[in-house]
Design a binder for this molecule. Structure first.
Ligand code: 0WD
Length: 256
């Protein structure tokens, strides 16, 4: 495992703080020998990311609000300068208005719908477009999704619809880039207590129900999501693209 990503240049997008799924992935990739760059969204995240990455030698921090085309363009221009080539991208970004992550989906506003789609789905398309020219040796792009993109999950609402768009985008992008040995996959993680998750109404009820019903009889850990991301960014998964891999202890197979 220690050298699985040796000398690989990887961009990690979506570390908000130490509980972020993206941070668990970064730690696993660092241990596997990867060279890491991190984007952060705004001052609040910057302080957290700077503190978290201070012991990751050679790591690069780049400001990137994915709603801004210039930020995305600038991010990959900086990576071209610093890394020359890129081998992987982790897209661990999502956002929706708190007030639309509760109640009825039918009450979703146009602004709220477009914002959730822009940050949580379209951003993968734009990031992939800018990453492609740097992936001269091929590459692997991994996005994070949730079961609410496949079936109705109470209160997930507009984020569920954004995740459905994200998962479809993974497939279309995989079809576009497969012949250039650029693979795009998604990890559908079980519920994990993070900053973003706290925005979902009754998230603790979702956690409790998951723990009771999931075939493995417990919550999934961010480390388990990180191990799957490691697999997807390594040669071990060279034959896999356009997939949504569930790391949810089997919860998605249940029909009751
Ligand atoms: O239960 C969970 N936590 C699950 C999360 C289960 C299954 C999937 N996921 C997905 C999320 O939908 C997301 O795509 O995993 C990904 C990471 O989410 P996370 O680790 O749960 O949450 P968090 O640590 O909050 O990271 C999401 C981050 C941000 O957080 P905040 O809460 O500050 O908005 O996405 C980033 C941001 O740092 N983000 C942005 N980054 C750039 N530009 C933007 C933006 N406009 N908006 C949010």
């Amino acid at each position: 495992m220690n050298n699985l990503l040796k000398d690989k240049n990887i961009l990690i997008m979506g570390v908000a703080n130490k509980w972020s799924i993206a941070w668990a992935i970064a730690k696993a990739f660092h241990e596997a020998g990867a060279r890491l760059a991190f984007t952060y969204q705004g001052e609040r995240s910057y302080e957290h990311v700077k503190k978290l990455t201070q012991n990751i030698k050679g790591s690069i921090l780049i400001p990137c609000d994915v709603t801004k085309d210039d930020d995305i363009k600038n991010t990959f221009e900086q990576l071209k300068e610093e890394f020359k080539t890129l081998d992987g991208v982790i897209h661990s970004i999502a956002h929706a208005r708190k007030e639309e992550l509760e109640g009825l989906y039918i009450n979703t506003s146009r602004e709220g719908y477009l914002m959730a789609q822009d940050i949580s789905a379209y951003s993968l398309v734009s990031v992939t477009k800018h990453a492609k020219p740097l992936m001269t040796e091929g590459g692997s792009i991994v996005a994070l999704t949730y079961l609410g993109g496949e079936r109705v999950v109470k209160n997930y609402n507009v984020m569920g619809v954004a995740k459905a768009a994200l998962e479809a985008s993974v497939k279309y992008l995989a079809a576009d880039l497969g012949r250039e040995n650029i693979r795009i996959n998604a990890i559908s993680a079980g519920p994990i207590k993070t900053l973003a998750a706290k925005g979902i109404r009754n998230f603790n009820t979702m956690l409790k129900e998951f723990e009771e019903k999931a075939p493995i009889g417990r919550l999934v850990k961010t480390e388990e999501v990180a191990n799957t991301a490691l697999f997807l960014c390594s040669f071990l998964s060279s034959g896999i693209t356009g997939e949504v891999i569930h790391v949810d202890g089997g919860y998605n197979i249940l029909g009751y």
